[in-house]
Design a protein around this ligand. Structure first.
Ligand SMILES: *Cc1c(COP(=O)(O)O)cnc(C)c1O
Length: 387
């Protein structure tokens, strides 16, 4: 039987886009040096500051999230600078690699997959650096590959004491999970449009603290595309140094309007509810979360130890039950599957993802009782509604 083509995308990016966002992209092209563009860019930039919780300017580059890693490093550091890269998963490893390839003296502080970074271990390492050789600390806010969220606030306290710049990759966090750039004292925060911000891929968004911008004044790293100073001087006229991704900026404006209507705190609460529902469902199926300490489990993506080959599980979930789940990355590819629940995703979608997972597991001969996971998640939702 042919199936009606409607499927549910439950991967941690790219995420589904709201109809308003899709419609916004069909607007006619405009002159990127004209007033209409400047008005659009001003509006998007100002709205983004509220999502970053910063009074500092936010810069938008056409690009993938990964571009933000490079932008953070080449704008604030000098050739050969010492960098402490804290890694709790595959995205941490990738940022580490970027820093190595750019020639920095990178030291890696690694935590095993499933664990969050220990702020005390970071503090201890920084305390040993009496000569203040370490110029920057790199960390993921939310490690999408393992479904673990770092305690960025506590890490920021440790880094503040030392004086290095704290650079935070919040590609799968910003908009979904609490983050206070100014209040917590974060120096660089970067994200992409295609995760919690509910847009198609293609925008790399980054903010720098005053300290980071002061460091940028002295940075001797070569750069062109990611040059903060050029972006900053264009931003004074609500322009960009080169052609902006105009259609994506229309999309982002529509998405930020939706986020404003929900409120940022409302979005954080929705993601917390979806995280709790998902974890309750997973445990009710008798499966194990990859997150070792559930208090550090992410509310934007849940990583689950797979009781069968995760590729087969995902294939059945996709082909027979219409739900696209994510696999594991790197060494975890054969061990886990992930349920993304961030961005334009609602609690009902989590029920559907759990139902499909349960049915796919049953199809593959795993001993699960159909309906258990959904019931457990419903219970969480009902309790939330009742308050
Ligand atoms: C998705 C993601 C990235 C990379 O984004 P791309 O757009 O694929 O370059 C970086 N960090 C984290 C934590 C992510 O989830």
């Amino acid at each position: 039987m042919m199936r009606m083509e409607k499927s549910l995308l439950m991967i941690p990016g790219p995420t589904p886009i709201p109809p308003q966002v899709a419609a916004a992209m069909t607007q006619p092209m405009l002159n990127h040096r004209g007033e209409a563009f400047s008005a659009l860019f001003a509006e998007v930039s100002t709205k983004l500051q509220k999502v970053f919780r910063t009074a500092q300017p936010v810069y938008i580059f056409p690009g993938a999230g990964s571009g933000g890693w490079e932008a953070a490093l080449v704008n604030t550091l000098n050739p050969g600078d010492a960098v402490l890269s804290v890694s709790i998963g595959d995205f941490g490893e990738r940022w580490h690699k970027v820093a190595v390839q750019l020639g920095f003296a990178v030291e890696r502080l690694r935590f095993e997959p499933g664990r969050a970074a220990d702020p005390e271990r970071i503090a201890e390492r920084l305390a040993e650096d009496r000569e203040r050789r370490i110029k920057a600390v790199l960390i993921q806010h939310n490690e999408t590959s393992t479904g673990v969220t770092n305690d960025v606030r506590a890490i920021a306290r440790a880094v503040r004491e030392h004086g290095a710049l704290l650079m935070v990759d919040s590609v799968s966090g910003l908009g979904a999970l609490p983050l206070e750039m100014d209040e917590w004292g974060l120096d660089v925060v970067l994200t992409g449009a295609q995760k919690a911000l509910m847009c198609p891929p293609g925008l790399s968004i980054i903010a720098f603290s005053e300290r980071a911008r002061a460091a940028a004044e002295k940075s001797a790293m070569p750069k062109f595309y990611w040059d903060l100073k050029a972006a900053h001087s264009s931003l004074q006229k609500w322009q960009t140094p080169y052609t902006p991704a105009i259609s994506l900026l229309h999309a982002l404006k529509a998405a930020l309007e939706l986020l404003e209507t929900e409120t940022l705190e409302g979005s954080w609460a929705r993601h917390r509810l979806m995280g709790e529902m998902c974890r309750a469902g997973v445990k009710a199926m008798g499966l194990r979360l990859l997150a070792v300490d559930e208090r550090t489990a992410s509310n934007s993506v849940t990583a689950v130890v797979a009781p069968v080959d995760p590729k087969r599980l995902r294939k059945v979930a996709r082909e027979q039950f219409g739900v696209e789940l994510a696999g594991g990355q790197g060494d975890l590819a054969d061990q886990i599957f992930r349920i993304g629940h961030l961005g334009y995703v609602v609690p009902g979608d989590v029920l559907q993802a759990l139902a499909a997972t349960e049915m796919a597991l049953a199809q593959l001969g795993v001993d699960v009782q159909i309906g258990r996971a959904v019931a457990a998640a419903q219970e969480v939702w009902m309790n939330h509604v009742r308050g």
